[in-house]
Design a protein around this ligand. Structure first.
Ligand code: FES
Ligand SMILES: [Fe+2]
Length: 393
């Protein structure tokens, strides 16, 4: 396409350089490769909640940017992650998404591994004697794994800062809830969206877009004073928003939420959220918690995973109610998450053929109201790690 909108260029030139993002940032293959090495294989990445690996020998398998992984709770209760590939001929070992097993046996020639990743059995092992193959050196490749407030993270970077330092105080508002030891994942859904991964993450950083959601227009925009909202920018590209309140009484059909059972540490009309750089968001809405993670598949396609957390030990009646609360906003047919996915794909459509050349992140409201400060802080960290300029990448 050879078409320039002169007015659009002029509009852009009047903005500070930190206040707009070039469309190339979303579509360029080279930039995407840089993001993989400098961001995704460099920093910490959320995998799942510890309630998804509750018992010894519980495991889950996932694919992270093409790397097959297995994550398992050991006999010592420690959670470890390994590349899910056999040391023999490289086959992917475990193919089921989850299970419980003391022994991880490769289907191909039946080499086996234990919960520490050690190779424990090689059929007709003597056949390797002449070649001096040593079983003790045939273990799985371990990936750095740590747990923070019940959430399991991995990093492919052996020199990465400790997870505690990476997160710092960012999740303090969730401490009483996440550390209560009473939470479990009660909802999981995922979707592949046709959009660059950042367009999804932006839906968790952009306060201004609450206008899009009818439910938020009714229960949130006028629920409190815009000036009471507090955007807090934290180290390592993380950010949080507090001071929001939900006025469930303003929407017919969900007004009963106001008096429902909140999770430990929350009141039923609380709403706040934290974004951890690069691809994680956690949101508290009184009676339920949502965690989402976006992982790129390629520069134009992304996997978004949503988890809902509620109280372990809920009665079936309470559980049904909590599911309902969660799904009203955040379920696959709720009034919030599917609309965000639509918005991310709409931005993807705008950028993919360069019809849209850049986007504006220029709202300044002193860290209150619908300030774009979280978006700018996120892109500042992105630039720091990739060494790329957001508007002239
Ligand atoms: S490839 Fe796994 S046992 Fe041969
Ligand atoms: Fe949204």
């Amino acid at each position: 396409m050879n078409y320039e909108n002169i007015v659009a260029l002029e509009r852009k030139l009047s903005l500070p350089e930190t206040h707009f993002v070039s469309g190339n940032v979303y579509t360029d293959k080279t930039i995407f490769e840089t993001e993989k090495s400098k961001i995704f294989f460099h920093t910490w990445h959320f995998l799942c909640h510890e309630s998804e690996l509750l018992d010894k020998y519980d495991f889950r398998t996932i694919s992270f940017l093409g790397q097959p992984l297995i994550i398992i709770r050991g006999s010592d209760n420690k959670i470890r992650s390994f590349l899910n590939v056999c040391s023999h001929r490289g086959a992917k070992i475990i193919h089921s998404p989850s299970g419980n097993s003391k022994k991880l046996t490769c289907f191909y020639h039946l080499w086996s591994y234990n919960d520490r990743g050690e190779c424990t059995s090689i059929p007709r092992e003597k056949g390797y004697d002449n070649a001096n193959l040593q079983k003790r050196l045939c273990g799985l490749t371990e990936i750095k794994t740590d747990v923070f407030m019940g959430m399991i993270f991995i990093s492919f970077n052996k020199k990465i800062m400790p997870l505690n330092d990476f997160i710092g105080n960012s999740l303090d508002p969730f401490k009483d809830t996440l550390c209560s030891g009473e939470l479990e994942v009660f909802h999981y859904s995922k979707s592949t969206i046709k959009s660059n991964w950042k367009a999804w993450q932006e839906t968790n950083l952009d306060l201004y877009h609450e206008w899009m959601h009818v439910l938020l227009r009714k229960t949130q925009i006028n629920a409190g004073n815009m000036k009471d909202r507090k955007v807090k920018i934290m180290p390592n590209g993380h950010a949080m928003v507090g001071g929001l309140k939900a006025k469930y009484g303003a929407y017919k059909g969900i007004n009963y939420r106001q008096s429902s059972k909140a999770l430990p540490g929350l009141s039923s009309d609380d709403f706040f959220f934290v974004d951890l750089f690069p691809n994680f968001a956690i949101l508290a809405r009184g009676t339920a918690i949502r965690i989402d993670t976006v992982t790129p598949i390629d520069e134009n396609t992304s996997l978004v995973e949503w988890r809902g957390l509620g109280l372990r030990g809920d009665t079936s009646k309470d559980r049904r109610l909590r599911w309902k609360h969660h799904n009203q906003y955040w379920g696959p047919f709720g009034r919030n998450v599917p609309e965000d996915a639509f918005a991310a794909e709409a931005c993807g459509e705008g950028f993919i053929k360069s019809a849209s050349r850049y986007q504006i992140i220029a709202r300044e409201e002193n860290g209150t109201g619908q300030d774009d400060g979280m978006l700018r802080a996120w892109y500042k960290e992105w630039s720091k790690l990739t060494s790329l300029n957001i508007n002239k990448p």
